[in-house]
Design a protein around this ligand. Structure first.
Ligand SMILES: Cc1cc2nc3c(=O)[nH]c(=O)nc-3n(C[C@H](O)[C@H](O)[C@H](O)COP(=O)(O)OP(=O)(O)OC[C@H]3O[C@@H](n4cnc5c(N)ncnc54)[C@H](O)[C@@H]3O)c2cc1C
Length: 222
C-alpha cells in the first residue's frame, strides 16, 4: 500500500515524534511504500493567500476558490502546494499524526489543508463525499491529547471525541471522498508512566501491521 504520513509537532523528542517514527518503521518493515510530510521540518507555509499561486487570474480581487479552479486548469499552484497535492493523489492511505490543540489540529496542519485541498483539484464540480475526488483512499487521524480518556466520553467534561473530530472527519476527509478509519488516540501521554507510553507505541505498531484490511467508519451527515 502507498502511505502518506503527515506529521505536525514542533518537538523532535515529543511523544508525537515517537508515534510518527513508529509508523514509519512499522509500515516500511511491512513492505508498504511511504512518503511523508513533516510540516515543521519543512517549515511549511500555513498562511493561505495569493502566494498559493504562481499566476493569478484576477490580481485586482483575490478570490481563493476561483484562483484554485484556474490554477488546476493551468498548473499555477506554487511548488510547495503542487508537491503536496501529488502526494495526496499518490497515496492509498493518509495518516495524520498530531497533538489535539484547541479541539482541533495545530495551525500548521490546518494551513496545509487550507492551501493543498484546492477546489477543482481536490473537490468540486459535483465531486464530493461518495463521489469525491479521493474515493477509494483511506484516511486515519492519529492524535494525542492533554486530557484523560474519561474527559472525552459523551458524559465527560470535555464532551465526546467523535464530536470534536467531526469537522475534520466529515468536513475535510469525507467531503473529499476519503473513507475514514477509526482514529488512533493516545490520551494524556505526558501523564503516563514510561511503560504505559511503551504500551501505546506497541498498540500503534500492532494496528499498523494489519491496517490494510481495516474497514472504514461512516461519519455521515449527523
Ligand atoms: C496550543 C495548545 C492547545 C492544546 N489544546 C488541547 C485541547 O484542546 N485538548 C487537550 O486535551 N489538550 C490540549 N493541549 C495539550 C496537548 O494536546 C498535549 O500536550 C499533547 O497532545 C501531548 O502530546 P506530546 O507529543 O506533545 O507529548 P510530550 O509532552 O512531548 O510527550 C509526553 C512524554 O512522552 C515522552 N516520550 C517521548 N518519546 C518517547 C518514546 N519514544 N517512548 C516513550 N516516551 C516518550 C516525552 O519525553 C514526554 O515525557 C494543547 C496544547 C497546546 C500547546
Amino acid at each position: 500500500m502507498k502511505v502518506l504520513l503527515v506529521y505536525a509537532h514542533p518537538e523532535p523528542l515529543s511523544f508525537n515524534a515517537a508515534m510518527f517514527s513508529k509508523a514509519q518503521q512499522t509500515l516500511l518493515a511491512a513492505g508498504h511504500e511511504l512518503q511523508f510530510s513533516d510540516l515543521y521540518k519543512m517549515d511549511f507555509r500555513a498562511v493561505s493567500d495569493r502566494e498559493n499561486f504562481t499566476k493569478l487570474q484576477n490580481p485586482a480581487f483575490f478570490k481563493q476558490q476561483l484562483e484554485e479552479l484556474h490554477a488546476t486548469e493551468h498548473g499555477y499552484f506554487s511548488a510547495d502546494i503542487a508537491a503536496e497535492q501529488e502526494k495526496l493523489e499518490w497515496c492509498d492511505l493518509m495518516i495524520w499524526q498530531f497533538p489535539l490543540w484547541w479541539f482541533g489540529v495545530p495551525g500548521i496542519l490546518k494551513g496545509w489543508v487550507d492551501r493543498v485541498f484546492a477546489m477543482g483539484r481536490t473537490y468540486g464540480q459535483g465531486r464530493l463525499y461518495e463521489n469525491g475526488v479521493f474515493k477509494g483512499k483511506k484516511a486515519l487521524l492519529s492524535l494525542t491529547t492533554g486530557g484523560y480518556e474519561s474527559d472525552y466520553l459523551e458524559d465527560g467534561f470535555q464532551g465526546d471525541l467523535a464530536g470534536i473530530l467531526r469537522p475534520v472527519h466529515r468536513g475535510i476527509l469525507e467531503f473529499t471522498g476519503f473513507t475514514v478509519l477509526e482514529p488512533q488516540t493516545v490520551y494524556g501521554p505526558a501523564r503516563m508512566k514510561p511503560e504505559e507510553r511503551d504500551t501505546e507505541l506497541e498498540r500503534w505498531q500492532k494496528r499498523l501491521l494489519h491496517i490494510e484490511t481495516e474497514e472504514g467508519i461512516i461519519v455521515g451527515r449527523y
